[in-house]
Structure formats: C-alpha cells, structure tokens
Design a protein. Structure first.
Lengths: 106, 115
C-alpha cells in the first residue's frame, strides 16, 4: 500500500513547456512537501504547504486538503529544471512518493 | 551559514559488520531526521531526534538506531549489516518546532555499500 502516489513517473518536455506533476495521498497529514533531487543525490526542499497555493519563481504548488491532492507546476520549463521531483507528506512520520523524473530538452 | 554535513560520504562494509554515520545540522537547528533511499523502495523515513530524544520513528527493524548529542549533532548506527542495507542515507535538519510542519534541509548523504 502506497500512502503517496505520484504521476507521471517520467516526463520529457520541450523547453518553455508548462509542466504539471500530481500527487495524491491517503493518510492524514500536517503538511505536504515538494522536493527536488538532482543526479548525485542532493535534495532541496521546494515547498512545504498545508493549504492553498504557494509560488516561487516559475514554480507553483497547490494543495486540496479535501481531495488529498497536490500539484506542482513549472511554467516556462528550462533544461536546468531536469531533476527528480518527489512529493512527501508529514505527520508523525514522513511518507514519500516514488518521484517524477523530469527531462527538459532545449 | 554552513549547510548540513554528513560523514563519511562513501562507505564500504561487509555483511555482519556495523556502521555509524554522522550528521551535523545547520547551526541553530535542533531537529535531525534520517532517511534511507534505495532504487527499489525510494525514500523512507528512519527516525527524528529533537533535544537528544527520539521524537518519531519509521518502520525499520531495531538494527537501525540513532542518537543525538547536546550540540544537536546526530549519529545513526546500523548493526549486523545486510546486503539490503546498501543505500544512500540522508539526514535533514530543521529548527525543531515540529518536523511535520517544518522545511527540511538535507545533507549530501552517505552512500553505503554492503558486500
């Protein structure tokens, strides 16, 4: 049983395309996190949200608590956005999605 | 401010041995969490420490243990290593008011290979 489901697993986009990654969860949470992992392993936290919407540069994250669903949007994608994006939910512990591998082609 | 540091970065051990990994959090951060990442299982939560006390725990066997010191530095220990323990072990720190609602700052990880 996966507490966090992400889609798609893999995504290839042309530069400047609008990208959406989806995350659904089945447990009660205190917050939802979007993480970015580049080759080599380093993980960066992009967003932490418990309601509504957050925006940072070209990245937008939304969450619908009633539907237990979140989306990460990347506007005007760029090759440097190529990475694995991981959705995680936190309560008494962390549950992670399996990640979405994004490749942006120039 | 220096980021989260982990030592060693790479480690090779044999089955049955034990290993200790170290994590130094960002200055001022009091919470340290540990995670295991494998190709098959992805990222999994091991445990969280705050003020030298384990505050939350994931679903790992007792061979996995940790501790936190008064300066917030943390260590995790894996005893009786198995091949399946080969993984990237990540730690993350946060201010400490509550792991569930805090941004996590991740270290570079320790890559452990068990032969």
């Amino acid at each position: 049983k996966n507490e966090v489901e992400q889609s798609p697993q893999n995504l290839t986009a042309q530069e400047e395309e609008f990208i959406t990654i989806n995350c659904s969860y089945s447990v009660g949470i205190s917050a939802l996190h979007w993480l970015q992992q580049h080759p080599g392993g380093g993980i960066v936290s992009l967003f932490m949200l418990s309601s509504g919407k957050k925006k940072h540069g070209r990245l937008i994250a939304t969450i619908n608590i009633q539907e237990k669903h979140s989306s990460l949007h990347i506007t005007a994608s760029h090759p440097r956005d190529s990475a694995v994006y991981i959705c995680a939910v936190s309560g008494n512990q962390f549950y992670f999605g399996t990640g979405t591998s994004l490749t942006v082609i120039p | 401010k220096a980021g989260v540091t982990q030592t060693p970065r790479y480690l090779i051990k044999t089955r049955g041995q034990q290993v200790t990994l170290s994590c130094s959090p960002i200055s001022g951060h009091r919470s340290v969490s540990w995670y295991q990442q494998t190709p098959g299982q992805g990222l999994q939560f091991l445990f969280e420490y705050f003020s030298e006390t384990q505050r939350n725990k994931g679903n790992f066997p007792g061979r996995f243990s940790g501790r936190q010191f008064s300066n917030s530095r943390s260590e995790m220990n894996v005893s009786t290593l198995e091949l399946g323990d080969s993984a990237l072990y990540l730690c993350a720190s946060s201010l400490g008011t509550g792991m569930a609602q805090e941004t996590q700052y991740f270290g570079p990880g320790t890559r452990l290979l068990v032969l």
